[in-house]
Design a protein around this ligand. Sequence first.
Ligand code: NDP
Length: 310
Amino acid sequence: MNLLDGKLVSEHYKQKIKTEVAQWVANGNKPPHLAAVIVGNDGASEAYVANKVKTCAAVGFNSTLIRLPADTTQAHLNDTIDSLNDNKDIDGFIVQMPLPPHLDSISVTERIKPSKDVDGFHPINMGRMMLSQPCYLPATPKGILLLLEYYKIETKGKHCVVIGRSNIVGSPMTMLMSRKANPGNATVTICHSGTTNLKHFTLQADILIAALGQAEFVKEDMVKHGAVVIDVGITRVDDNTNARGYRLAGDVAFNEVAPLSSYITPVPGGVGLMTVVGLLLNTLAAAKKKCIIKRIKINKIKLYDFKKNY
Ligand code: NDP
């Protein structure tokens, strides 16, 4: 078993980004600037956002954290997004999900300018990803591709099974693993809560990507000998032996699956760290205006105009 070490690989990428930012600033440009909006006090979201802000400082980015109370109205959140869309100093921004239930996350995602949508969740970015066109890839699938690439894991012709079909992880992951690219070019099966006999599919996986959000769900008897196992899940599990009162668990029962696998990501220390790298790379591309997406009007019809590829 080999560890797909998110700490090692994320440090490698952060160092590269830091060097590129230093060069960019030395050439007279302003540092890339990421903003994050968090609504309410969800403990896990607070931790994710704090980590993103901290990592921005480590690589030389500017960052702005906007905290809004849990009872923020949709109108106020919309105004916040509009002002970030218009703020020339901000290169990209994210609205941390999940939002409190009274807020409409779909309209929030659609309100973010595609050229500042460094989470890659806007339908324009998602649609362009489907077409293999220039876009911001969603940060977690992008981070997983970087991890596979770093360890030179062959994906072409392999059977990749993804558990989970969410818009932010499972669905884009299946798309990216199946497209004609490296990493990619795999034959992909997508499983979800409607899948009958899940084990039948997971046992066929050369590459198994678990993104279902059920702590330690994938057991030894569900994994083929020699499989590459990518664990996306992060769930807080009560643990009185831990000072915080909980521990973080992945979707894979690591201790029993690891000995079977050829490569496996730990939780924590795997995909989560790579997600931050995906976000930083998208923000760097936004700062360098490598993917300019403008709203234009032709004959009074609103369209999106892509100026450059990257
Ligand atoms: P969602 O809850 O949005 O999606 C979960 C998916 O898993 C759904 O498609 C659901 O099926 C499917 N599913 C749930 N239970 C089962 C089951 N028993 N058998 C088969 N399929 C099942 O979750 P996300 O995609 O947002 O996140 C998944 C996990 O990854 C979470 O633990 C989350 O915290 C973590 N995460 C980690 C990130 C990182 O950086 N490491 C980033 C983002 C998320 P259906 O569609 O039918 O409901």
